[in-house]
Design a protein around this ligand. Structure first.
Ligand code: ASP
Ligand code: MG
Length: 604
């Protein structure tokens, strides 16, 4: 007999008829020989309605009373669904988060789950009852026993945390879409259903999945090896399987407060190549990486930071063995690139540099999503160890820095200490065979602003300071890029640091940069809100040369200029002009063969 946790979202329990349909499905799951725990959200748009109501009474209602209010939504749906089950002759009992014992930190409106008491649920299951649990809510530890909520969309997190605590066989997220799609179908109607995806890919696609699957739920599934399925509430279609790596057993205490960083990775086998001063126009990255791909040269990190005038610097890393080949190729492109410049006078020296004495050091962990300050902590740890950061590239769940090879051991020791990881760091091994397609999904984010601080002194501690101040102000930084370009400014070596934040935080972030510019003696601040970030994610790109080239070529073919590039092992992100966002998304989605001929029906 299997134990299944099924979660039904607001739309799935949005009316009496739908509640009855859900009850029928739950009963069928029981009759197929399973024990079932059901987690439900509030009916339809109930939570939005309650928020609105609160705002009519108070412009800044207290978080405690908001939790008191919002948690009522789920209490309605658990009672009604339980009645519907009982009406069908199915034994069932409803429980609030407090009744189950979903214990959270005492932090209103965004509480994280500390642990789940499983006795009461298990007892009810043993008696043959379906247990219907209120999602999205919990209770703080004694003596206060405050009602808390987990943040909007949090009932996915309740469901997966319950599945982990009960060691359920599967956790099904039943929703109003057929599963996870290759991109946002409202922007690209040819988006297709994915049959499989790994948790790591899902996390890198967080902004795509967020509406369907709460990233915190994916984080728990990944950490505890929960098998997750996202499927339609109305059909028998299998939906999308979100697979978790098999993991060593991990204590269930402090469930969601596990380390924000769960691995330190390093690679000393890479060499860096940088092309400085290439023209800032469509097709350059495509040309460079296309030629590298033609020679089967597998590129790891790619970084292009903010342009300087009409020029960019593009840096990448390859295995040391491949350096000579990569350099020859890049060098052969230099004259061609120079020849195409339209404004030769403004042109800086176009040069090729390379370095074999580098190490790539990364921190990885799903816990950094939505937690400002993790990158800052990495940078300040490096600063405290006196390590200078050459380049930085980030993705949703990873921050990578290149440093001098000689600093590698020291850096790793310091990072393990800072992030309280005692296991020895992993040297990243590319899997022998790709366990999936090079690109599984493509996502567009038009809600970001790009900021940059130019001519920051090239010495330890600068990035640390900048990102710590941003974190202290609660600003979540999305992409961070520090590129190869190193310029002399007022007699010292300097670099530019660029990053993106949510548009709503752009003004605050600009303020931070202004205060730092004076202190650093930097010359210029750049803020651009008219940008879009497009990312391609897939585990297969680790072993497939040419994946980045294909993405850049798709953009070039649509005459879209790439403003910035950052990569992780399984993700390539480009910043483009905002008005090119959707065209970029369509082009890249199609280039990787993800577009289907039939449109998938999704609710508005
Ligand atoms: N009802 C809550 C919300 O609307 C939680 C959920 O649906 O997951 O955000
Ligand atoms: Mg949801």
């Amino acid at each position: 007999m299997a134990l299944i946790v099924q979660k039904y979202g607001g739309t799935s329990v949005g009316s009496v008829e739908r509640i009855q349909t859900v009850a029928e499905r739950v009963q069928a799951t029981v009759q197929a020989g399973n024990s079932v725990v059901v987690v439900v959200s509030a009916m339809g748009k109930t939570t939005d309605g309650l928020v609105k109501l609160a705002n009519e009474i108070s412009s800044q209602p207290s978080r405690r009373e908001m939790d008191m209010l919002l948690s009522t939504g789920e209490q309605v749906s658990i009672a009604l669904l339980t009645m519907a089950l009982q009406e069908r002759g199915q034994a069932a009992v409803s429980m609030t988060g407090a009744q189950v014992g979903i214990v959270t930190e005492a932090r209103h409106s965004h509480a994280r789950i500390l642990r789940i008491e499983t006795e009461r649920v298990k007892r009810a299951l043993e008696q043959g009852q379906v247990v219907v649990v209120a999602g999205f809510q919990g209770i703080s530890d004694a003596p206060d026993l405050e009602i808390t909520t987990l943040g909007r969309g949090g009932s996915d997190t309740s469901a997966v945390a319950l599945a982990a605590s009960l060691q359920a066989d599967t956790c099904e997220i039943c929703t109003d879409v057929p599963g996870i799609l290759t991109t946002d179908p409202r922007l690209v109607p040819s988006a297709q259903l994915m049959t499989d995806i790994t948790c790591d890919e899902m996390l890198e696609l967080a902004s795509l999945g967020a509406k369907v699957l709460h990233p915190r739920a994916v984080e728990i599934a990944r950490n505890y090896g929960v098998t997750l399925v996202v499927r339609s509430s109305w059909t028998e279609e299998p939906g999308t399987r979100v697979s978790a790596p098999s993991r060593l057993p991990r204590p269930l205490d402090g469930l969601e407060l596990a380390h924000p960083v769960d691995a330190i990775e390093f690679d000393t086998d890479q060499a860096k190549v940088a092309l400085l001063g290439v023209p800032d126009r469509p097709g350059i990255a495509a040309q460079l990486f296309g030629q590298l791909a033609q020679q089967q040269l597998n590129v790891d990190l790619i970084i292009q930071s903010i342009n300087e005038g009409n020029f960019n610097d593009i840096a990448f890393t390859v295995e040391k063995d491949m350096l000579a080949q990569a350099k020859t190729l890049a060098a052969s492109l230099v004259p061609a690139l120079q020849g195409t410049s339209e404004t030769p006078d403004a042109k800086p020296d176009s040069v090729l540099v390379s370095d074999t004495q580098i190490a790539k050091v990364s921190i990885a962990g799903a816990g950094m999503i939505g937690r400002p300050g993790v990158a800052a902590k990495m940078f300040s740890t490096l600063a405290a160890a006196g390590v200078n950061i050459q380049m930085i590239a980030t993705s949703e769940v990873k921050v990578s820095c290149t440093i001098a090879a000689e600093d590698c051991d020291r850096t790793i020791a310091a990072l393990c200490h800072a992030f309280e990881l005692n296991q020895s760091p992993a040297r990243l091994e590319a899997p022998a065979t790709a366990q999936g397609p090079a690109v599984r999904g493509v996502v567009l984010d038009c809600d970001q602003a790009r900021l940059a601080l130019r001519q920051v002194p090239d010495q330890p501690g600068m990035a640390a300071k900048l990102f710590q101040i941003l974190a202290d102000r609660g600003i979540s930084v999305d992409m961070i890029i520090q590129a190869q370009r190193c310029r002399e400014h007022q007699g010292i070596q300097t670099r530019d640091i660029a990053f993106t934040v949510a548009q709503s935080d752009a003004d605050m972030a600009r303020g931070v940069l202004q205060s730092l510019a004076t202190e650093f003696g930097s010359s210029e601040i750049i803020v651009d809100t008219a940008i879009a970030k497009i990312s391609a994610v897939g585990i297969g790109m680790i072993t497939e040369p040419g994946t980045a080239a294909k993405m850049f070529q798709a953009l070039a073919d649509s005459n879209i200029n790439i403003q910035m590039i950052a990569t992780s092992e399984i993700k390539i992100s480009c910043v483009v002009a905002e008005d090119k966002g959707i065209a970029a998304l369509k082009a890249v989605h199609a280039a990787f063969g993800l577009a289907g001929s039939e449109e998938i029906e999704v609710p508005a």
